[in-house]
Design a protein around this ligand. Structure first.
Ligand SMILES: [Zn+2]
Length: 233
């Protein structure tokens, strides 16, 4: 095989290894976490915080209604047990009881609203929990698949790297150095095809002398414009 064909083979192995490494990096990035699941967990945490607030509101209002009821019961007891004789005092006490009852009614309305709100947020929490569970399950499966894929890609990369190492031994050191330098500088494309008298890398027409050199099996010809190694056929 000509030197250029050996180099071309190395270039396709290098391309393959680069593509495999990019695929591996992508999978490793995906293994960092599932965005949908993270969003679902955040939603659930926010709903749980609202649930806690709703529970606190409910407990506070229940406590207030209970305290008002106790106070009303105590006042009504005084009102009817004959311990107060002054009509003015009795009127005042009756007035206080009426005020307390009005306040209790307001608190009871607020409590009903709080209970409705708590029920609503509980339903939301149940939905969010189900969603997070489903996504969690899906993520577990995905992780398994991704880990298998990491192993599979690791094996393939090792095989391709071994082929690359072997292929490098088939190329004279000077040519290999030229190839590696060009690959670095030319966006991974060190070898370009000579088609219709032009370089496939930069599309510039190549002089006859260089074209003839490219056709010679033992020689390496470079594009005078972009420096790429020219391959024929
Ligand atoms: Zn060129």
């Amino acid at each position: 095989m000509s030197q250029v064909l050996e180099i071309l083979t190395l270039q396709s192995l290098d391309d393959e290894a680069a593509a495999l490494r990019a695929a591996l990096a992508d999978i490793e990035r995906r293994l960092q976490g599932d965005e949908e699941l993270n969003a679902a967990r955040r939603d659930l945490a926010a709903i749980r915080a609202r649930q806690e607030t709703a529970r606190r509101d409910q407990r506070r209002l229940e406590g207030e209604v209970e305290a008002l009821s106790d106070k009303i019961a105590a006042d009504e007891k005084k009102l009817y047990d004959g311990s107060i004789h002054s009509p003015k005092e009795l009127t005042n006490l009756q007035h206080e009881v009426d005020t307390l009852k009005a306040s209790r009614a307001t608190h009871e309305d607020a409590l009903i609203e709080a209970l409705d709100a708590a029920e609503q947020v509980n339903r939301e929490a149940a939905t969010a929990e189900r969603r997070a569970r489903v996504l969690e399950g899906r993520w577990q499966l995905q992780q398994q698949e991704l880990r298998h894929e990491v192993l599979r890609l690791g094996d393939t990369i090792a095989r391709v790297d071994a082929k690359r190492d072997l292929q490098k031994t088939r190329i004279p050191p000077r040519s290999l150095h030229l190839y590696e330098d060009l690959r670095r500088r030319k966006g991974g494309m060190a070898v370009s095809r000579l088609t219709g008298g032009s370089c496939g890398g930069c599309r510039v027409s190549v002089p006859d002398g260089i074209r003839r050199k490219a056709l010679a099996i033992s020689d390496i010809a470079q594009c005078p414009n972009c420096e790429r190694i020219l391959s024929v056929g």
